[in-house]
Design a binder for this molecule. Structure first.
Ligand code: Q46
Ligand code: ZN
Ligand code: ZN
Length: 312
């Protein structure tokens, strides 16, 4: 197989992208160019925006940071230490790799350690709130969202970027479609506009297959944590990813079509415009972040419960 650009031996073959074959050098050019295209297509941000990239130490978020930096965007990183240390030192190792990535490139990384900031690790918070019987993912999700919004607001970032890839987005869409979620389907988008003091949220990698992101990180020589979070084992989203991979192997491109046709249908008016569906928001009396219920936001309610159970 030959590279479409230069005719040298191809390293990456993408059956799902009209059988595109590229050598290492041209693949490493192609992926950032495509990212730039999507940033413009979905009007994610411009060169003047201050972008905060949520960095987990995994291949997607570190590659995203690498790409934005190469494209000349102003992008700093945020690493959230969750204190997950079950079987492997997942948090320590991912933190080390995020720091290493930043220091090698002279990039700025903010670090929030949940245990230092709130007194407990994620697994302990989950245990105390009884929300994490099988796994602490809902507690973890609420906390990460809260901390990303907090740091973006306090440090003056207008855009919050995450490394979700096509496999992530297609699995989420699949789950939301199975239940025809009228709350989540209208909100699933490569870009969520800023609102009520919350930064704009963008997913510049949402149209790249996971295997393309793996190839990018490996060929670029980015050192990332190979292990997934130990709590992701057996999750519904991994099950959906496996189902979609089966479909993809029979019908190359099916995942991309599933996702992009959904975005097109949304643009064509599948749902009412977001302003009409959006619930009224109130500032949380404790932390000030907007919440849909009058009273404390879900993060502050959760932390109050943890405090009660710790002191009581
Ligand atoms: S939510 Fe759950 Fe992830 Fe948090 S506890 Fe691990 S698997 S890291 S995306
Ligand atoms: Zn080439
Ligand atoms: Zn709050």
């Amino acid at each position: 197989m030959k590279c479409k650009s230069c005719g040298e031996k191809a390293t990456v073959y993408m059956r799902q992208h009209h059988k595109l074959a590229l050598c290492k050098e041209h693949f490493l050019e192609w992926l950032p160019e495509q990212t730039e295209r999507f940033i413009k297509k979905y009007r994610m941000f411009g060169r003047d925006d201050n972008i905060l990239v949520a960095v987990s130490g995994g291949k997607d978020s570190l590659s995203l940071w690498d790409i934005l930096h190469r494209l000349g965007y102003k992008a700093d990183g945020l690493y959230i230490g969750l204190g997950i240390d079950e079987g492997i030192s997942y948090s320590d190792e991912s933190h080390r790799l995020a720091e290493k990535f930043a220091s090698e490139r002279g990039l700025k990384l903010h670090v929030v350690d949940i245990q230092k900031t709130y007194g407990h690790t994620i697994p302990v918070i989950a245990e105390k709130t009884h929300r994490g019987f099988s796994r602490p993912c809902s507690v973890c999700g609420v906390t990460k969202r809260h901390e990303m919004n907090r740091i973006a607001r306090d440090m003056g970032y207008s855009v919050l970027a995450t490394g979700h890839n096509l496999d992530d987005e297609a699995a989420t869409l699949f789950g939301n479609t199975l239940s025809w979620s009228k709350d989540f389907l209208p909100r699933q988008s490569p870009v969520l506009p800023e609102s009520d003091g919350l930064a704009r949220k963008v997913k510049p990698l949402c149209r790249f297959y996971e295997k393309e992101m793996t190839a990018y990180a490996l060929l670029r020589g980015i050192e990332y944590i190979y292990e997934e979070c130990p709590f992701s084992v057996g999750s519904t989203s991994i099950y959906y990813k496996e189902l979609l991979n089966q479909l993809e192997s029979e019908r190359p491109g099916a995942k991309l079509i599933f996702y992009t046709k959904f975005l097109e249908a949304k643009d064509a008016g599948l749902f009412a415009p977001p302003e009409q569906i959006r619930a009224e928001l109130f500032p949380c009396p404790t932390c000030g972040q907007p919440t849909s219920a009058e009273g404390q936001c879900s993060f502050c309610r959760m932390m109050e419960k943890v405090d009660e159970r710790t002191s009581g």
